[in-house]
Every structure is written in C-alpha cells, then in structure tokens.
Design a protein around this ligand. Structure first.
Ligand code: AMP
Length: 382
C-alpha cells in the first residue's frame, strides 16, 4: 500500500486524494491549519512548515511527498527531500516560487515575458518605472497569489502609493516591476512530466480573471491553432530545464499573436480543473502517476468544457446539478471574500451545446455579466 504525502491540505490536495482513490493510494496531508479542507476525509498532520518534529512525523508515514501549495519554504522541502522522495524537486520549487528567478529562466530559454526589473529600493522603483514605462505592475517576488501582493501603477503619481503598499516587502520577499500587458487573451498550458522524462500536455486552456482571481476557463481553447505548437514547446523546454516531475501550469498572455509568459505554477492548477470531466485523464491523476513513476494517462480532451470558479461563497447548486452538462465541486470551505470555495464544470460534445448550457446556468445564477466573455467565445467557436 503506497501512501502519498501532500504538503498543503487545500482543495488541490482534496481533489488529488479523490483522484488517487481508484489507484488504490492512501494519503496524508500536512497543513498549518486543522481546518484545511482536505482534512475532512484525509488523515492530517498539523504543524508549521518549519516544525521539524511535524515534518519528521509526516516523513515517517509517507512513501513519497508532493505539494498542493507552492509556498512551502524551500528549506522544508529540502529537509524532506534528504529523507524521502519529493516531487517536484526543491530546486524547481525554489525557482517557481520567485517571480524574478522564473522570468529570468523564461528569457534564458527564449520564452518571451513582459519587460521586468528587480526592485529593492525606492530609487530602484523610480529607475524601473522610467525604463519600463507606465502602466506597469509592482509585485512581490515571492508569496503572492490570486492577485495578492500586487499594485498597478497608471500614472507617475501612483509611485508613492505603490511604495507605501509594498515597499515594506522589498527587504523581506523582494519586489519585481513588470510592464502591464494589454493582452487580447490569457491562455495556460497545463502539462505533466514523468520521472522518466515522458511529457504530455492537455489542450490549451483560455482563462478569464476578475480582480486578479481566475473566474472561468474554457478548454480546448478556440482559435489558437497557430500558437499551440509554440506554447507546448515552451512548456516542454521549461520542464526539461527544471528536470520537473509532476503537473505544472504555464500562464501566458497573447498580444499581437505573440506569447508572453506570466508565471509558472509548480503544481496542479485551477485552470486544469476542467480535466476532471473534460479529459481522458485528469491533471490530479496524472500528477500522482508522475510522482509515483507510473505511465502517464492520455491528456486528450473529451468534448468541450467550461470551468466556473466560485469565489467568496458557493452559489445555488441546483442550476448546475439540473444541467445535463453540469458537474459540481464544493470544497467544504467556509465562505470568505476572495476565497476559492468551489467550482463547476460544464461539459458538452461541442461549443454550441456548451454555450446553451452555460447560458442557462448563468441566467439561473444571475451571473450573465461575469460569464459573458466566455459565452461570446463559445458562440464564436460554435
Ligand atoms: P499573477 O498573480 O501574476 O498570476 O496575476 C494574476 C492576474 O493579473 C493575471 O492572470 C492577469 O490577469 C493579471 N496580470 C498579472 N500580471 C500582469 C501583467 N504584467 N500585465 C497585465 N496583466 C497582468
């Protein structure tokens, strides 16, 4: 009996455990909170990431460890990797945790990015804004997610406010200034690399954000045939450069037909949730197969899918449950503004049937505005 240890006990760990049950796997999660939602049905070790006693207990009870949360301190991942197999390896995690290191690697590999500059002092910020131009975004290098730790600068007058908001972080997690990209679309590649170097990617996904948080995804993305090969090459080169094992996501902006990489997430990703119902093998199952050294499953799409994120609080379930296309995922979390508490996936044979299903659900939930761009894309593609 194999036990997979997961660092972080959120919804990603929860969905990984659900996907691992048919493979006969057992799980143990470690989290800093005893309320982590995977703990509702997976045994849990509660402790701080730097608590060696908790890490030692976790290590003694698992055969292999992986992550649902990429901000586990790299030192803790290294401590574990000295004792048990850990995938992805701590080096990959360390690079992907740092926006400056990952963008530098992207450029070394010939993957385009928005213009960027490291910022350590207020004078650096002024020099960086002068070089990169406005509008731009100041971000923390580490520990930011879902639009947190970011400040958008539109005019020179915003410099003071940006420094007031994030300057204190400069000495702690570091800062990076990026050009603001007026993108036409956001895409992601969700891909997996096995222990033996086998590489597979799911079809490209198109993503829509609200307030810096993923709101909806559509897969396979429509009208991106010209970009597909380059996007997959970028993902493969990145995975090989990091000797990466497991699932990861590469987030891309499309501007003037060019791809610009925003970031890499070294774990299963919200823009890959549709694969649970919309692909032959889900990202969660393939991640487990990769970290266990098992053959990877097919990443082919099954029909067309749209994933709708529930942020803050769960809406009524009935319209999705009543839809022939509907699949419901409630993470069992308490509501809180900005918190991802669940999602729904609608899946149909083609874009036009999917558009009809989405329209019905959006109207019933009174969320037509939120999902209008997704509906428009589906109607264009159907
Ligand atoms: P991130 O936390 O870097 O993934 O950013 C969250 C979202 O904010 C992205 O998916 C974009 O919608 C937006 N965003 C982040 N960086 C930029 C940028 N340099 N230019 C334009 N939009 C951005």
């Amino acid at each position: 009996m194999t036990t997979v240890g997961i660092l972080g006990g959120g919804q990603l760990a929860r969905m990984m455990a659900l996907a691992g049950a048919p493979l006969g796997l057992r799980f143990l999660v470690m989290d800093t909170s005893d309320e982590a939602c995977a703990g509702q049905f997976v045994p849990m070790v509660v402790g701080d990431w730097r608590d060696e006693q908790a890490l030692a207990e976790f290590a003694s009870r698992v055969d292999v460890a992986t992550f649902d949360f990429e901000n586990v301190p790299a030192e803790s991942a290294e401590w574990l990797a000295a004792r048990i197999p850990v995938f992805p390896a701590p080096r990959a995690l360390r690079i992907a945790q740092d926006r400056l290191a990952e963008k530098t690697l992207f450029n070394e590999l010939g993957i385009g990015t928005p213009a960027f500059a490291a910022v350590e002092t207020r004078a650096d910020l002024e020099a960086a804004v002068a070089r990169i131009g406005l509008p731009c975004i100041l971000k923390t290098r580490r520990l930011g997610y879902d639009g947190k730790g970011q400040f958008r600068l539109k005019t020179p007058a915003d410099l003071d406010a940006a420094w007031a908001a994030l300057g204190a972080q400069a000495g702690k997690v570091g800062l990076i200034l990026e050009a603001f990209v007026a993108f036409e679309r956001e895409l992601s590649v969700v891909a997996v690399r096995g222990r033996d170097g086998a590489f597979r990617a799911w079809p490209l996904t198109e993503n829509w954000h609200r307030d810096g948080i993923l709101s909806a995804s559509m897969a396979p993305a429509a009208g991106v045939a010209a970009l597909m090969a380059r996007a997959l090459d970028h993902a493969r080169e990145l995975a090989e450069a990091l000797d990466y094992v497991g699932v990861f996501a590469l987030e891309l902006f499309v501007r003037d037909g060019q791809l610009l990489a925003n970031e890499m997430a070294p774990r299963v990703h919200n823009s890959g949730h549709w694969t649970l119902e919309g692909a032959e093998t889900s990202q969660f199952e393939n991640h487990l197969r990769a970290v266990l050294g098992l053959p990877l499953g097919s990443t082919d799409a099954v029909g067309a899918s749209v994933m709708l994120n529930w942020v803050g609080a769960m809406p009524a379930a009935t319209p999705v449950l009543a839809s022939p296309a509907g699949h419901w995922h409630d993470y069992g979390k308490s509501p809180r503004p900005g918190r991802k508490v669940g999602h729904a996936t609608l899946r149909a044979e083609g874009c036009s049937a999917l558009a009809d299903a989405l329209q019905e659900v959006a109207v019933a939930l009174q969320r037509q505005d939120e999902f209008a761009p997704v509906l428009a894309r589906l109607r264009d593609s159907g």
